[in-house]
Design a binder for this molecule. Structure first.
Ligand code: 13P
Length: 248
């Protein structure tokens, strides 16, 4: 299965010049066989994807309707026509600060699949999730709610990517243990398998995100059955990001 290294720049950097510099450094890296996807702030997406078409691009969110009176929202049409093929959905920070619910994420997921974008569904994060076990339990519910009613044939062949991102590991410098991540990856696969069978479950890439840095990658590679990483802070540092790519 393909490996994905996805950089979520969140609301960084603050100027286009810095974003341009960072993308140009990342573009020069030896990316091997990994699919390197960058998710910059959406207001930089059009210019960056045009200037660096060798990279894969993604948005950090997408609204569930194609157009209409939805102030401030981002449309799939904009994302598609500005060089992005991927969309993060249900990120922990959106669940926490904007009270994005499982039902909202489910609507977004349906829309994004219909528009032939690849969703990166983030699970395991949200308000009040402080313990590892809570994040696993939340991931199960979030995943089930998101995919409920979507026919298996739509999700076959890696059409959806799942990223396990436990709230307490994000932005803390303390990634989850490889044991916990392996348990999360198994739980996600079991969930998909229970809805859709093992072929679809085995074909679905599962990523980990939460304080990913180059030093944890070799350990995770051996132990956790992951198809890549969703990287926040470290994706803003081209050198660290390059090591993550190289070691994955
Ligand atoms: P950090 O890598 O900064 O912990 O962020 C993880 C994340 O939220 C990626 O989406």
């Amino acid at each position: 299965m393909k490996k994905y290294i996805i950089g979520n720049w969140k609301m960084n950097p603050s100027t286009f010049a810095e974003a341009d510099r960072l993308a140009s450094r990342i573009q020069m890296l030896n990316r091997g066989s990994a699919e390197v996807v960058l998710c910059p702030p959406v207001y930089f997406l059009a210019q960056l994807s045009k200037k660096f078409p060798q990279l894969f691009w993604g948005a950090q969110d997408c609204f569930w309707e194609a157009s209409g009176a939805y102030t401030g929202e981002i449309s799939s049409e904009y994302i598609r026509t500005h060089g992005a093929a991927f969309v993060l959905l249900g990120h922990s920070e959106r669940r926490m600060y904007l009270e994005e619910s499982d039902e909202m994420v489910a609507k977004k997921l349906r829309h994004v699949l219909k528009r032939k974008l690849t969703p990166v569904l983030c699970v395991g994060g949200g308000e009040g999730l402080r313990e590892p076990e809570q994040c696993l339990a939340a991931a199960r519910i979030q995943l089930t709610t998101a995919v409920r009613g979507i026919p298996g044939k739509i999700l076959a062949g890696g059409r959806i990517i799942i990223a396990y991102e436990p709230t307490w590991a994000i932005g803390t410098g303390r990634p989850a243990t490889s044991k916990h991540i392996a348990a999360a990856a198994s739980l996600i696969r079991e969930q998909i398998s229970s809805h859709y069978g093992t072929i679809i479950a085995d074909g679905t890439p599962v990523l980990y995100g939460g304080s990913v840095n180059a030093s944890i990658v070799p350990k995770l590679k051996k132990k956790s059955n992951l198809q890549g990483y969703l990287v926040g802070g470290a994706s803003l540092n081209a050198l660290e990001f390059s090591k993550i790519i190289e070691l994955s």
